[in-house]
Design a binder for this molecule. Structure first.
Ligand code: SF4
Length: 313
């Protein structure tokens, strides 16, 4: 069953340099217990897409379309109603716990915040729940470490605490934005393993935002490839890796170590200056006149496999 349905989502705002079209006509579904990865290069709009679901964008941002969570449009809820969703129904795990955690509050106080807010637990019960959560994300000596501050935790341990904070209210959906970026390879692998386990045990769905295809391959059931503001390919994880269709997806895969390390020629357009027609046309070796003038629509090329490219028209 669909847990989250994004329909015709557009997110844009004005900056000093012009209008930033961060998300353009995005449609996506996440089913119960599923993990969907949004992959793309830095600056393609994927973080803004994640933040728009929880309505965490600044007030000058315009968001159009529908974000249906359990059938209810989050864009139509009041701020009070949204507060009841954040952390309880949908939680976010951020990229860099050191900058998203408060340095003057203990880990225990911060991890307890969502349960105190949503489940109205007193201090003692909240602390017990936090210790239990820290234990479940394999933080050693949780009853001691609960009283420590973020700077006393290593990067990997902080990320575990961040995951504990995200899961403490047993949300139905986690939005994880680059949860392993900045960690060394061994710790990264441990965090991926941990996330796999907690998702399996809890049945929580996840929207994973990442530029790291290796992490996406480990954690996701489905992948949506984003190229400045729009989804250009969507498929199950196996098809994305074994049978990629969009020239950008193929180029992205070919640029990886172990798959040729061949960079895509040219650079990604900025979200202020997105080309007309197919946004990939200035970099695509298959581009024709039509690609320059007409925007391709998503075309079904296989079971649950969609691609935005005229080659499959
Ligand atoms: Fe390339 Fe044209 Fe397909 Fe865009 S629509 S990816 S330019 S072939």
């Amino acid at each position: 069953m669909t847990l989250l349905g994004i329909r015709n989502l557009k997110v844009y705002f004005y900056s000093e340099d012009g209008m930033v079209r961060a998300v353009n006509d995005v449609d996506l579904d996440i089913g119960e217990g599923e993990t969907l990865g949004i992959i793309g290069e830095t600056g393609c709009g994927k973080t803004i897409l994640g933040l728009s679901i929880l309505r965490l964008l600044s007030e000058n941002t315009k968001v159009e379309g529908r974000i249906l969570y359990k059938g209810e449009d989050l864009l139509k809820l009041s701020e009070d109603e949204m507060r009841k969703i954040r952390g309880k129904e949908i939680a976010m795990i951020f990229q860099n716990p050191l900058s998203s955690m408060n340095p003057v509050l203990t880990i225990g106080t911060q991890v307890a915040e969502p349960v105190e807010l949503h489940q109205h637990l007193d201090n003692q019960n909240a602390k017990e729940k936090v210790i239990e959560m820290l234990k479940s994300v394999r933080i050693p000596l949780p009853s001691k470490r609960v009283n420590e501050y973020p700077h006393e935790f290593s990067g990997g341990m902080r990320q575990r605490a961040m995951i504990a904070m995200g899961l403490i209210c047993m949300p139905s959906l986690i939005i994880a934005d680059e949860p392993t970026t900045g960690l060394d390879v061994t710790i990264q692998a441990q965090i991926v393993e941990l996330m796999k386990e907690v998702l399996k045990d809890s049945g929580t769905s996840m929207l994973l935002i990442t530029h790291d295809l290796g992490v996406a391959a480990e954690l996701c059931d489905y992948i949506a490839v984003m190229y400045p503001g729009e989804i250009v390919e969507y498929a199950d994880v196996r098809n994305i890796f074994k049978n990629p269709k969009h020239p950008y997806t193929r180029g992205f895969l070919d640029s990886l170590p172990g798959r040729g390390l061949k960079p895509i020629p040219g650079i990604s357009p900025s979200l202020i200056n997105i080309p007309d027609g197919c946004k990939f046309h200035p970099r695509c070796s298959y581009a024709t006149g039509r690609c320059k003038n007409e925007r391709p629509q998503m075309i079904e090329v296989g079971e649950k496999h969609y691609v935005r490219c005229f080659l499959y028209d």
